[in-house]
Design a protein around this ligand. Structure first.
Ligand code: GDP
Length: 534
């Protein structure tokens, strides 16, 4: 039966139960804690704290790099799968630091929804806003979790107003907090008329849930002191009057976000949020592609690479390409076509990222994320299909904002350096430009911290000390146009020209004036600060 609203066939049950999402938040709002509780309730770990547990042998998915350990930041996106009720959740971890926004952007192309975590005392913070804007570019549905309600937090209406005004999205309360700080008792479940009471004694325990027959149910008074109860009734009544009701279509359009209140560390409100992801976080969506879009229910398998990670296991020089399945039912050993090179590729050892371990994936459905170990054939933006020449679109590469020269500490090791840099370029960790005239490499990144990460990784993974030094260039622009026009332009501007790791021509400059001059003098080429990864 086609769905009345979308006129598309109903999804196979295995696809319909998939929820693929990411968490966006400002550092410290509680993303790690919430992730841990998701895994706990998803049965993927036995005890909270395991995600952080560090040890030589026990490196966890979202924490396998020295830099991450040292700085306490999450540098690399990873994916985790777990079941919750009838749902299969695929949680894609986004790097939290603002220096890694490009990586984050690409990660968000692989999910169908985002969970926005905010701190109840701090409200919408800068990084939340930035990430939210990225979600908005794709009209991604957003579910909101207001965390740390066990601490003194802001007035509930104030928090909701701030989200509405700051982010220009409507908010509908899925739950309503009762009391705040030390007085915080729990929440009134506005969607199911239940009282959820927080157990402060046991942080791994799920809240007690009491079924209530509306706000006037006398049972309420048994659990809530009179003053808080009066306040709750008044606030909920006001909220129902002033705030929009839950409208599934609006949530899916990204114009309305349901908000849950809770305390991740106390496991409170987390299950309700997970129920919400099941109920409202949309099933796998249609994927933009050329020359036609890809629908999840299609029989044939298609997927795209949104992330490449090198050396996940430092003992091996492997790379893992993270593939978001856009359609079909994948089975291990399948031969797929690597559309960019038109070559067949037998996917014999795909990895599924279960929270506790990497496991061989026997099968995967549209919506899932699998890892494909490879030796560098797979790049970000690549599409794999069962033969059709489809290319997933909308995965951009951004011009870097900071450029530096990169040199090997030992000049004899220049070839090694080239190999290391190319690998990081393909992984998407940096842009690498090889100047046409000068020797060496110009490396471009979005944030200063990435230079440090790179230097540390090149040293750790390749045993190669490197130096980053200032360059005369501050901007890089891809040169687009007909081949002859680009070649003519390149010949006339040799000292500015470089090739990126795909061999595409890049114009390096220090001055906006140069860029304007090119626009004037060379009408048949364009300088662009993005390149579609295809
Ligand atoms: P992330 O940076 O967003 O991943 O945040 P974390 O999950 O690491 O949390 C940051 C800090 O807030 C940690 O010290 C947590 O223990 C603490 N925290 C997380 N959730 C809660 C909560 O519900 N209540 C309180 N009081 N603290 C919390």
């Amino acid at each position: 039966m086609p769905d009345a609203a979308t006129n598309r066939p109903a999804l196979p049950a295995e696809i319909a139960r998939r929820r693929t999402f990411a968490i966006i938040s400002h550092p410290d709002a509680g993303k790690t804690t919430l992730t841990e509780k998701f895994l706990l309730f998803g049965g993927a770990i036995q005890m909270a704290g395991q995600v952080r547990a560090k040890g030589e042998a026990r490196r966890t998915r979202s924490d396998f790099m020295q830099m991450e350990k040292d700085r306490g930041i999450s540098v690399s996106a990873s994916a985790m799968s777990f079941d919750f009720g009838k749902f299969r959740f695929n949680l894609v971890d986004t790097p939290g630091h603002s220096d890694f926004s490009e990586d984050t952007y690409r990660t968000l192309t692989a999910v169908d929804a985002a969970i926005m975590v905010i701190d109840g005392a701090k409200g919408v913070e800068s990084q939340t806003r930035k990430l939210f804007e990225v979600c908005r570019l794709r009209d991604l549905p957003i579910l909101t979790f207001c965390n740390k309600m066990d601490r003194e937090s802001r007035d509930t209406f104030e928090i909701i107003d701030e989200i509405q005004e700051n982010l220009a999205i409507d908010v509908t309360p899925a739950s309503w907090p009762i009391g705040t700080g030390r007085e915080f008792l729990g929440c009134y479940d506005m969607l199911r008329d239940r009282l959820e009471l927080m157990d402060r004694a046991d942080r791994n325990r799920v809240a007690e849930s009491i079924s209530i027959d509306g706000l006037d149910d006398p049972k309420m008074a048994e659990h809530i002191p009179a003053d808080l109860l009066a306040q709750l009734r008044e606030e909920v009544e006001m909220a129902r009057e002033l705030l929009p009701p839950l409208d599934l279509q609006a949530v899916h359009d990204g114009t309305l976000t349901p908000i849950w209140f809770g305390s991740a560390i106390n496991s409170f409100g987390v299950k309700e949020l997970m129920d919400g992801i099941g109920a409202y976080g949309p099933e796998p969506q249609v994927q933009a592609a050329e020359p036609r879009q890809i629908a999840p229910e299609e029989d044939k398998v298609a997927g795209f690479v949104f992330k490449v990670q090198a050396n996940m296991d430092p003992k091996h020089r492997d790379r893992v390409a993270f593939l978001r399945m856009a359609s079909g039912h994948f089975k291990r050993g399948m031969k797929l076509t690597h559309v960019r090179t038109k070559k067949p590729m037998a996917v014999s050892n795909p990895v599924l990222f279960l929270a506790s371990d990497r496991e061989l994936a026997e099968e995967a459905w549209a919506g899932d994320i699998i890892g494909i170990p490879n030796h560098g054939q797979l790049r970000i933006g690549d599409t794999l299909t069962e033969g059709e020449a489809l290319r997933v679109s909308g995965i951009p590469s951004f011009a870097p904002e900071l450029l530096q020269n990169c040199r090997a500490g030992d000049p004899m090791k220049a070839k090694h350096l080239e190999k290391a840099l190319m690998q990081f370029a393909e992984e998407g960790a940096a842009k690498v430009f090889k100047p046409v005239l000068a020797s060496g490499f110009v490396v471009g990144v979005v944030g200063q911290l990435q230079f440090e990460v790179l230097a540390s990784r090149i040293e750790m993974e390749y045993g190669l000390p490197v130096r980053f030094e200032p360059t005369q260039f501050t901007s890089a622009r891809w040169v687009h146009g007909a081949r002859e026009a680009v070649e003519k332009f390149a010949a006339a501007n040799k000292s500015h020209m470089a090739e990126d790791n795909d061999g595409d021509m890049v114009y390096l400059t220090r001055l906006q004036w140069d860029i304007d001059r090119v626009a004037r003098d060379y009408p048949d080429v364009t300088l662009s600060n993005t390149k579609e990864m295809m």
